[in-house]
Design a protein around this ligand. Structure first.
Ligand SMILES: [Zn+2]
Length: 272
């Protein structure tokens, strides 16, 4: 069996892997939409944004739709473009998320009430971060699943509704993993470094492109140990745990984006 699969890899050219995830069609989840076509390179779009598309076998294809946390529930549709166009409808269903309270004190108050120069910085950085999330390359995902960047416990879950210093705030768009300053952070999958920065809110961070709008981001790092444009293997060292930017203690904030949308990174882990 092993010989056959090795032969298949050799004969089928460049390595690509299907990522086998269930349909999680809820805010912060991934809608998995199957479609049939004999076209060799179908494209799919949601709100005109290109989607991650993978071939299952023969004429069977799948599009992944990252669904924003703050989206309205109900019927949505994607457009599949081959030689013609077809619209496929899907439903976004309710999913419960927890609530958490966070208190920022002392110097950390600047993150709640940034002064004018901080505000200018925030606007500039927001543009850079948005352009990284928009990055869309044709590279194929080469891993079947993601791995956790650090094998530690979660201190704050994805999607938590946040109350910061008593005020309702935006939901949590990543997973926070506990860690000590200096612990290693590893890449969730093969990819290429498309952004490195030291930003007001995110602190020192690295963004990795995994292809077709699937991007992972690692934030609040102490040290970044990769270079812009570098090709990265799954499990390769990216940097170390820190508490740079808006952080109340040392941890890794891990985000994953699909079609420019933060989704729950845990959905891409095996046996999540
Ligand atoms: Zn976080």
């Amino acid at each position: 069996m092993k010989i056959i699969s090795i032969l298949f890899v050799v004969l089928s050219g460049p390595l690509f892997a299907n990522i086998a995830i269930p349909n999680n069609s809820f805010p912060g989840g991934i809608a998995v939409i199957d479609f049939l076509t004999s076209h060799s390179k179908p494209q799919a779009f949601y709100n005109n944004v290109p989607l991650f598309v993978q071939k299952i076998r023969n004429n069977q294809w799948q599009a992944f739709v990252g669904i924003p946390l703050l989206t309205e529930l109900g019927e949505k549709e994607i457009t599949v473009k081959t030689d013609s166009e077809q619209n496929i409808k899907f439903n976004v269903k309710y999913h419960p998320y927890e609530q958490e309270s966070i208190n920022f004190v002392g110097d950390n108050n600047k993150y709640l009430n940034p002064n004018l120069s901080h505000q200018e910085r925030i606007i500039k950085e927001r543009k850079l971060l948005a352009s990284a999330r928009k990055y869309f390359s044709s590279r194929a995902l080469s891993n079947s699943f993601f791995i956790k960047p650090i094998n530690n416990n979660i201190s704050s879950k994805f999607g938590n509704r946040r109350v910061i210093n008593g005020k309702d705030s935006l939901p949590h768009t990543g997973i926070d993993l506990r860690g000590n300053i200096g612990e290693s952070i590893k890449s969730a999958a093969d990819g290429r470094v498309i952004l490195i920065g030291d930003y007001f809110f995110n602190g020192k961070c690295v963004f990795i492109d995994h292809g077709q709008g699937l991007i992972s981001a690692y934030m609040h790092m102490q040290k970044v140990l990769v270079d812009y444009g570098q090709e990265i293997k799954q499990g390769e060292l990216l940097g170390t745990i820190g508490m740079t930017g808006k952080a109340t203690g040392p941890h890794l904030h891990w985000s994953v984006y699909l079609n420019r949308t933060a989704i729950n990174p845990a959905l891409l882990l095996e046996n999540n």
